[in-house]
Write a protein that binds this ligand. Structure first.
Ligand SMILES: Nc1ncnc2c1ncn2[C@@H]1O[C@H](COP(=O)(O)OP(=O)(O)OP(=O)(O)O)[C@@H](O)[C@H]1O
Ligand SMILES: [Mg+2]
Length: 267
């Protein structure tokens, strides 16, 4: 940590997360690919935003940069007022254990541990006692309809079940920021509903969420949709707050007003 402090935003409040002109170029075998090009985004404390965009537009790369899993080629990343893009891997690991839940696009569960241990380990690493870790695991697996699978090895689970375990693991340390990459990508509609209910509760508890999704139903649960195209922010728009039933309009209409044409046409 270099100790620098982020100047307060225009509204006087300090965002939980802010990037300044972040770029990421991968170089391998003489070929370079710029996956993220000059991204400026910010996320308030407790805010819930969705990142959408076509395949290859840099969504996962951006999330990895924000979680410290990749280092930016240039630009700045600030987390809770501290500049973090230059942190060592060890400092990032500590930051993630305490403050960030990261859910990978391809799950990354520990294969030689049971589902229960995968979730409990994350809670223990975040500072929970054994008893707290067990309680948290029971609660999360229950919420996600996975209680019966607690003693299974991840390899025995379906893709959708593994995906929900990955989400339970990411939430085990009650992170102030959840970064989730396609949390419903492998789920049927009842699995997606369980995930959405949990995310809504996490958000109501004051935890911030930044998730990548291709699913317009998931995006409508967010307060904001950030659209990436070719590594750049093409649109960053607030969604209308949820409407009362009497005044309700179809969710697609609400989302449609905030999404760029390219995304509206996809749905
Ligand atoms: N480790 C890497 N090395 C080289 N190129 C990479 C690497 N990771 C990503 N890329 C490239 O960066 C670009 C953005 O990839 P990224 O995975 O961020 O896209 P995405 O928006 O998450 O796509 P999807 O919706 O398919 O998950 C792609 O062209 C990809 O091939
Ligand atoms: Mg991706």
């Amino acid at each position: 940590m270099n100790g620098a402090r982020l100047p307060a935003g225009a509204d006087g409040g300090e965002p939980l997360l802010r990037t300044c002109n972040v770029t990421k170029t991968f170089r391998a075998d003489g070929v370079s690919v710029t996956a993220v090009r000059g991204v400026d985004i910010s996320l308030g404390q407790g805010e819930f935003a969705a990142i959408m965009g076509p395949s290859g537009s840099g969504k996962s790369t951006l999330l990895h940069l924000l979680g410290g899993l990749e280092r930016p080629t240039s630009g700045e990343i600030w987390l809770d007022g501290q500049r973090v893009d230059g942190l060592s891997q060890a400092r990032w690991a500590m930051m993630r254990r305490r403050h960030i839940g990261f859910m990978f696009q391809f799950f990354n569960l520990v294969s030689n541990m049971t589902v229960a241990d995968n979730v409990e380990l994350a809670a223990l690493m975040g500072g929970a006692t054994r008893r707290q870790a067990r309680e948290r695991r029971v609660e999360l697996l229950g919420d996600l309809g996975l209680s019966a699978r607690a003693d299974a090895a991840p390899a025995r689970l379906s893709g959708g079940e593994q995906q929900r375990v990955a989400l339970a693991r990411a939430l085990a340390n009650r992170p102030s920021l959840l970064l989730a990459d396609e949390p419903t990508g492998s789920l049927d509609s009842s699995g997606s509903q369980a995930v959405l209910r949990l995310l809504t509760r996490v958000h109501a508890d004051g935890q911030a969420i930044l998730l990548v999704t291709h699913d317009a139903r998931v995006a409508t649960a967010a307060e904001r949709v950030i659209s990436l195209f070719d590594g750049m922010v093409a649109d960053d728009a607030a969604l209308l707050p949820p409407l009362r039933p009497a005044a309700a309009r179809p969710a697609a209409a609400r989302l449609g007003s905030a999404l760029p044409t390219v995304l509206r046409l996809r749905g």
